[in-house]
Design a protein around this ligand. Structure first.
Ligand code: FES
Length: 100
């Protein structure tokens, strides 16, 4: 099954290899994709991203995500990159979209 994680930051857009069990933000930091981040604890929401493809390959939203994001945002596919763990191989596309 083809698997890759496409990370779209403010100016960098990269396809990277999936490391199961690690977060979207960890992938971005490791591969120098410019995802914003500050707290890495699920409170600042700088790492908010839209999962444009492959939501089914991600672990369920954490308690921090339920607290920080509206149910509608989760429904639309928004996640917090620092909280979202890649659980399964597959095609995933994540675009960093902060509020500001
Ligand atoms: S880095 Fe702050 S919520 Fe993810």
């Amino acid at each position: 099954m083809p698997a890759s994680l496409q990370l779209i930051g403010r100016s960098v857009n990269k396809n990277v290899e999936i490391q199961l069990g690690t977060t979207i933000l960890q992938h971005a930091l490791e591969h120098k994709v410019d995802f914003q981040n500050l707290c890495t604890r699920g409170t600042c929401a700088r790492c908010r991203c839209l999962i444009e493809e492959g939501r089914e390959h991600l672990a369920d939203a954490t308690e921090a995500e339920h607290k920080r994001l509206d149910p509608e945002e989760l429904e639309e596919g928004y996640r917090l990159g620092c909280q979202t763990v890649v659980a399964q191989e597959g095609i995933i596309v994540a675009r960093n979209k902060t509020y500001f």
